[in-house]
Design a protein around this ligand. Sequence first.
Ligand SMILES: Cc1cc2nc3c(=O)[nH]c(=O)nc-3n(C[C@H](O)[C@H](O)[C@H](O)COP(=O)(O)OP(=O)(O)OC[C@H]3O[C@@H](n4cnc5c(N)ncnc54)[C@H](O)[C@@H]3O)c2cc1C
Length: 434
Amino acid sequence: MSTFSNFAGTVTSTPLVRRSIGSLDQLAESLDAAQLAGHSVRTIGAGHSFTALAQTDQVLLDLDGFAGIEEVDALSHEVTFRAGTRLWQIPALLKPFGLALENMGDIDKQSIAGAISTGTHGTGLKFTGFSGTVTGIQLMLADGSRVRTSKSENAQLFEAARLSLGALGVITHVRLRCVPAFMMHAVESIEPIESLTRSFIERAALEDHLEFFWFPGSPRAQVKINTRLPADTERNAPGPVARWVNDELLSNGALQALCSLGAAAPRLNDRLSRFASRVLSDRSYTAHWHEAFVSPRRVKFTEQEYALPLQHFQPAMEELRRYFSSAPSPVLFPIEVRTASADDVWLSTANGRDCVYIAVHRYIRDAAPKYFADIEALLRPLGGRPHWGKEHSLKAEDFAQLYPRFTEFRQLRSAVDPEGRFLNGYLRSLLGAG
Ligand SMILES: Cc1cc2nc3c(=O)[nH]c(=O)nc-3n(C[C@H](O)[C@H](O)[C@H](O)COP(=O)(O)OP(=O)(O)OC[C@H]3O[C@@H](n4cnc5c(N)ncnc54)[C@H](O)[C@@H]3O)c2cc1C
């Protein structure tokens, strides 16, 4: 028996059976065996969710051996990936076809099935999260049957499967709407948090990809603007983009050193925050699409992220600034603010509304047990919906209020998996399943 641990090391489990799947026949065999033994089944991607979605003491499957491109439609730019494909593999897979992903988040460790299953997103009001770009999904259900879904084939199941928390069955293929490859001009600069807060939503509508990082309590923030350019634009980045100072301070070695200091002496957090925001510097470069979207994240942290309607951004920032000015900040880790366009995915945090994401992080050794609860209490009343892969305290009754199609999702889940083969305790609390 081998132990599973998520990225942060906050969720562990020791499944009775752990199997790496390399073919659809192997998957069918595994589901058959689980059914005979009466075991429940969880499927994982990269284990990069912060919550107990993949936790199981029974059967744990991964599709790492089932990766790559199955089909490319040269006309529509739709590409069908095997579900275990990791995001970092995708740029090289798409290169021969001159294609790119529409948008990406901060990292590329996730599998494509894992990314869509919790609503992974990047930033930009002209773009949806990953699930919004899905045009087809193939699943294997608990009884081993294979189902193809899209807007025109098993349409209800498609709507639910675009973001399904692994609760419907095992996703075997994901068809994504891709775009012609592009270059990106990236500009990073330091701005006063006050004026940035006032102009952020307006600017987010104009830029391709705008986001900012704010060390809690500091008067300044680091703003990142990525602008899409034609594919034949010359690359102008000295060496691998990720090696530069700002990445070290926002997410890697230097942040680790600051966080360790802060964890040992939390009263220093405010001073360290101001120091970090002063040291961040301006930079700009032009690089391939994936180089500009993604950067390494070597510091271990946990995270909570809430999606709010755009009009609630300023009130939310006012609440946060009041919170951080009333007492020394319990954490040092930068807060990240991003946006996404509305989509029609049933369980998407952007369902039916453009949204702004506010993500708070906690260094893994920070003793700040109330931090996430405090921030959740500020953001929930503003119409916040929590990211499905990140920490929150919400239950089925809360989601029923937040998502107009939540009941339909639950009904469909019961119809395709009446025995609850794909549920664990955590999912039962999220979905209110018996
Ligand atoms: C360092 C770091 C940075 C991150 N950055 C971002 C970001 O920029 N934007 C963002 O939105 N999120 C971000 N996240 C969150 C992350 O993208 C999500 O939690 C994502 O779901 C993780 O993908 P994964 O492949 O690790 O999936 P896992 O965490 O392994 O699984 C997630 C869900 O997918 C299901 N699943 C996986 N494979 C299958 C399958 N084949 N069939 C059915 N269900 C399946 C699992 O059962 C589970 O419910 C970040 C997380 C970390 C740790």
